[in-house]
Design a protein around this ligand. Structure first.
Ligand SMILES: [Cu+2]
Length: 155
């Protein structure tokens, strides 16, 4: 019994230590996030800002959410004169730089929604290759149909 208690106490100490280490080394901030759900079966989209205040480049390698089965990192590239969306494995954040996720540029795409209430806040977890993880809760924006159709044209 005592042995179990000590192991549990040690586990708490260790996890506290890890959390503090992440805060101390956390040079990245995520801000101005917007979440828009897709109409019908179309994917939703996330825009915002990723800022790296550190002296080393980092990469955003994954974003997860309990509200979506799959989140992809996307960019736009011009192919034969036409702007098309393309999935990328990661987003590079240069040292002391801000990467903007915006229409016509980098963005996140939200697939396989698991929530029934489209007005419910969406929790997003940003995972970086330096070990930092940032959790944000965003209230989805009301969806303007025309905007949604423009965004997904040529997807
Ligand atoms: Cu996309």
């Amino acid at each position: 019994m005592m042995k179990y208690f000590l192991a549990a106490a040690l586990a708490v100490l260790l996890s506290t230590h890890v959390a503090q280490a992440q805060t101390a080394e956390g040079h990245i901030t995520v801000s101005d996030l917007t979440v828009k759900h897709g109409i019908g079966a179309r994917p939703g989209v996330v825009h915002g800002k990723l800022s790296n205040h550190g002296r080393q480049a980092v990469r955003l390698t994954n974003v997860t959410s309990p509200s979506f089965g799959r989140i992809e990192l996307h960019t736009h590239t011009k192919i034969d004169g036409v702007m098309r969306m393309r999935q990328v494995a990661e987003l590079a954040l240069a040292a002391r730089a801000t990467l903007e996720l915006k229409p016509g540029g980098y963005h996140l795409m939200l697939f396989e929604p698991t929530m029934s209430d489209k007005e419910a806040p969406v929790r997003l977890l940003f995972i970086f290759d330096n070990g930092q993880q940032i959790s944000q809760i965003v209230a989805p924006q009301a969806n303007a149909m025309r905007h949604d159709m423009m965004h997904h044209k040529g997807h």
